[in-house]
Design a binder for this molecule. Structure first.
Ligand code: RIB
Length: 311
């Protein structure tokens, strides 16, 4: 069993279905409204636990009903919340999400208590980094916190995964602290300097030169590509599913990919495992409700490859 620390955000997602994302000045009559647990950190911690990892969340919620709800859902799913702090100075983070009829989404976040996750919280979590196989980070937490967390994890020999969304600039000496950098194509262009005339592969090579060990570029329904220092580049496929809501799909991918590698799966198999997790997360509405369970992932992989598929 793998042991994974997740440093990051916890939100309550307020979701409305709509035919398309509203444009500037547009009032749109949408469809059903729903509320669900979310936040990239909490989605990843929940997914890791459902995939059978020992999972720890390091984050902040407000002292309100949303915060209590998030903590209880994570606890019920077996996530260790000993480093989940309840803050009085800010409400629990909130995300307002439009889910369009084609299963796509747009998200706006009010960070709330997530903005209070400070560097001190990383120092307090050192014992968790020390005993974990991997630490997963995203970018809905303050930059200084993420940078410090990466450094401390690295110091304790814990493999680091950064899902860089929404991307912010990193200082030159932080790149070396990242084992696996997971980017979508928008974040890839951001880090490669928005030189869009370059190919994905050219942009990836530029980023690898900064010190990252492996770069994963996720491409939604197209699957993705992996580039590693001194290794072969390869593409991985997505699964053919009917997407009803892709909110949290990248989080499920990141958790699955991380769990897979920590369990000793070869890179290509871990990417396939992560991809199955991402696909399953698109088949249900809401982030938390759609984070996949291990048996669902095994079933999807078995269906796609037959029973001889080795994990
Ligand atoms: O990655 C999906 C998540 O992004 C949502 O759950 C929302 O809360 C935002 O953090």
């Amino acid at each position: 069993m793998s042991d994974i620390a997740v440093v990051g955000s916890l939100n309550i997602d307020l979701v409305i279905r709509a035919p398309h994302c509203p444009g500037k000045g547009e009032t749109l009559i949408g469809g059903a409204f729903g509320m669900a647990g979310g936040g990239k950190g909490s989605n990843q911690a929940l997914a890791a636990a459902r995939l059978s990892a020992t999972s720890h969340i390091i984050g902040c919620v407000g002292s309100d009903d949303f915060g209590r709800k998030l903590k209880s859902v994570l606890t019920e799913n077996g996530v260790d919340c000993s480093q989940l702090r309840t803050m009085n100075k800010a409400p629990t983070g909130t995300a307002v999400i439009t889910v369009t009829d084609d299963g796509g989404n747009s998200v706006i976040i009010s960070q709330g208590a997530n903005s209070l996750l400070d560097e001190n919280a990383m120092t307090k979590a050192e014992n968790i980094f020390e005993s974990s196989d991997a630490a997963l980070f995203q970018m809905e937490s303050p930059a200084k916190t993420v940078i410090k967390g990466l450094k401390l994890s690295r110091r304790h020999g814990c493999r680091t995964f950064l899902s860089a969304e929404p991307p912010f600039s990193l200082p030159p000496d932080s790149w070396n602290d990242i084992d696996y950098l997971i980017l979508n194509e928008r974040a890839l262009s951001f880090y490669a300097g928005r030189r869009n005339h370059k190919s994905v592969s050219e942009m990836a090579q530029e980023i690898l030169k900064r010190g990252v060990k492996c770069l994963v570029v996720t491409q939604s329904a197209k699957g993705g590509m992996i580039f590693c220092k001194g290794g072969d580049d390869f593409a991985f496929d997505s699964f053919n599913i009917r997407s009803v809501d892709n909110t949290g799909a990248r989080d499920a991918f990141c958790a699955g990919f991380c769990v897979g590698l920590c369990e000793g799966m070869p890179l290509k198999i871990a990417a396939r495992f992560g991809s199955a997790c991402g696909a399953l997360a698109c088949t249900k509405i809401g982030a938390h409700p759609s984070m996949p369970w291990r048996h669902q992932v095994s079933a999807l992989l078995g269906e796609a490859h037959g029973d001889d598929y080795e994990l």
